[in-house]
Design a protein around this ligand. Structure first.
Ligand code: PRP
Length: 189
């Protein structure tokens, strides 16, 4: 199955090994930061990692196993339906299962592109009075940014506008199971 998908990839941007190395580094950084002052929860509860479905699932699964300190995680699902008249419009599909009031929230994304999704989530979470909100994204695609978003933990920064898939990222729901991140050949887009 992977073989069929691989034939449609023109270039591997980040290999399985590169991703694993970077995820390990980010996990270490997160563990250290929250132990050494980033935690603001007055009751000393562990941070809550919030996985933005569906793209961030693979990243979250690997990331949490690189964090040896106490954490919790929860899931949210949103969908963007922005168009010419309402660019950046985002719709909530599935909400968190537990309250985040007073908690340290770390939003986990596969990619921040225009920034509209993260902006929507951050505003929504802010209204629930968490102790802190930070953003972790495996890919920070800077050139297409439209909403003012700062990524606190970025795996890789993309300076060009390549259409990438794999490691959770899809094109028409396919390619999420590729173990690396690659560029889709134009004839398959
Ligand atoms: C992707 C990605 C982010 C969002 C980033 O999700 O997972 O959530 O787009 O784009 P933005 O910064 O321009 O808002 P998508 O809506 O494709 O859904 P998916 O996670 O299910 O693939």
């Amino acid at each position: 199955m992977i073989g069929i998908l691989e034939e449609r990839i023109s270039e591997v941007l980040f290999s399985r090994e590169e991703i694993a190395r970077r995820v390990r580094e980010i996990g270490e950084q997160i563990s250290n930061d929250y132990r050494n002052g980033s935690a603001a929860d007055k009751r000393g509860r562990p941070p809550v990692l919030i996985c933005v479905l569906h793209g961030a699932l693979v990243f979250l699964a690997d990331l949490v196993r690189e964090i040896p300190t106490e954490i919790e995680y929860d899931f949210i699902c949103v969908s963007s339906y922005g168009n010419g008249t309402s660019p950046g419009a985002v719709r909530l599909i599935k909400d968190l299962e537990r309250p985040i009031e007073g908690r340290d929230v770390l939003i986990v994304e596969d990619i921040v592109d225009t920034g509209y999704t993260i902006d929507y989530l951050r505003r929504g979470f802010n209204a629930r009075n968490p102790a802190s909100i930070r953003i972790c994204s495996l890919i920070d695609k800077v050139p297409r940014r439209e909403a003012p978003v700062n990524v606190d933990y970025a795996g890789f920064t993309l300076e060009d506008d390549a259409f990438i898939v794999g490691y959770g990222m899809d094109y028409a729901e396919l390619y999420r199971n590729l173990p690396y991140i690659g560029v889709l050949k134009p004839e398959f887009v």
